[in-house]
Design a protein around this ligand. Structure first.
Ligand SMILES: [Zn+2]
Length: 409
């Protein structure tokens, strides 16, 4: 992609009303554009990173037998009345075609997936099943000041699983927990993300969430560095300030963002929708459910909060919008153009800064955008024997011969 053609532009200063680092850097870099508090458009660079995160999540959820579907975001009021959440959920966004607000813009999809499963699952032979989708969610957040960490409209991957009994749910839950660990590892934040014990739901002693350590986090967690797990502040009293795995009492208090959650729902949503199956004896039993969420946009914001410096973003390689930032300097960009074509042919994802702006501006933008590898090609570098190669997270550059460049990327 040529930078001169890109549908976005960089800004030297952040918008005044934007307090969070993730939004400041993503807006300055032309990754996202703010429409209003808690709602952002994704521009080509931002959408490329989003798509990479989505694909990592899709691969890992497919690997635990999740089947991808797509459910609507606009739901009838009746479904939400059945679960008591039409009046019981204060962030529910209610809309209507006429005067009456008789539909919900969904913040979650149990109210659709449970009656949907009822049409498909009849007997124990139809179980277990797991379905997921990536879909827009809506939350009437009063406080939406955390950039893309806390959105009013956002995309969520929500997976729902259906089981004959608690044992089957427990086994599947553990598989999804491992899939989530894989996702955060692949997204580059494995070292910063903790499997976290949170206060229990109705059907389990604890629920679990995945918390990524960053100053920008709104949650307080206590980390056991020996086990690489954490405990949410809400239940630390219950656990007497000790790690539930090793008994370590010197836990480290820190701030974190919840980047994923997994939940044993039991029959909470099966009961209101009469979601049952027939067992081997033909007896009707309630289906046991689990649900598992990740918001790829929040994940993207968290990555920026964790990986940035005073000049801009430092994307992990797997989720960078492009792998290489090729910068051509000087009036004659023909050598740069030739190298660009070569990288494209070799299927190396490259953003080519072919703009007619100063070298200083190009360097500042390269630091701001934060692609993992920067290649400078200029008369000076060619005279020195090749191109100048520098990693975004390293200080020094080196001269590399063009014919040896591909091996170093
Ligand atoms: Zn421990």
């Amino acid at each position: 992609m040529k930078q001169s053609q890109l549908f976005s532009k960089t800004n030297k200063v952040a918008p005044k009303d934007e307090e969070s680092i993730n939004a400041q850097l993503l807006i300055r870099g032309g990754y996202v554009d703010k429409l209003m508090a808690g709602t952002y458009s994704y521009l080509p660079l931002g959408w490329r990173t989003y798509k990479k995160l989505e694909e990592i999540i899709r691969e890992e959820i497919n690997a635990v037998d999740g089947q991808e579907i797509f459910m609507p975001s606009m739901h009838p009021k009746e479904n939400w009345e059945k679960t008591g959440r039409w009046d019981g959920l204060d962030v529910l966004v209610k809309v209507g075609l006429g005067e009456e607000r008789n539909m919900a813009l969904a913040p979650t999809h149990e109210e659709v997936v449970a009656p949907l499963a009822k049409k498909i699952v009849e007997s124990y032979k139809d179980l277990p099943k797991a379905v997921y989708h990536f879909q827009n969610k809506f939350r009437g957040e009063k406080r939406a000041k955390s950039g893309i960490l806390r959105l009013r409209e956002f995309i969520m991957k929500d997976l729902y699983s259906f089981h004959v009994d608690q044992t089957d749910l427990d086994a599947y839950y553990d598989r999804v927990a491992q899939a989530y660990k894989n996702i955060f590892e692949r997204a580059g934040i494995g070292a910063q993300t903790y499997f976290t014990y949170a206060s229990g739901g109705t059907f389990a002693k604890y629920s679990h969430e995945f918390q990524a350590e960053t100053e920008a986090g709104e949650d307080t967690i206590y980390v056991c560095d020996a086990c690489h797990i954490a405990i949410n502040k809400e239940i630390i009293e219950d656990l007497e300030h000790k790690c539930p795995l090793c008994g370590n009492a010197s836990l480290r208090e820190t701030k974190a963002v919840e980047v994923g959650n997994i939940f044993k729902l039991g029959t909470k949503y099966s009961t209101p929708f009469n979601l049952t199956y027939k067992d081997q004896n033909g007896e009707e039993k309630p289906i046991i459910m689990g649900c598992y969420g990740i918001g790829p946009q929040r994940l993207m914001g968290t990555i920026v909060e964790i990986f940035h410096d005073d000049k801009g973003i430092l994307w992990p390689e797997a989720v960078a919008p492009f792998r290489v930032h090729l910068i051509g300097l000087g009036k004659d960009l023909s050598a740069a153009e030739e190298l660009y074509q070569k990288l494209v042919t070799e299927k190396i994802e490259v953003l080519f800064d072919d703009r007619e702006v100063s070298a200083g501006e190009k360097f500042a933008d390269a630091d701001l955008l934060g692609l993992p590898y920067r290649i400078i090609i200029s008369e000076k570098s060619l005279a020195a024997g090749g191109v100048e190669l520098k990693k975004r997270n390293e200080k020094d550059s080196q001269i590399v011969k063009i014919e040896e460049l591909l091996g170093g990327l």
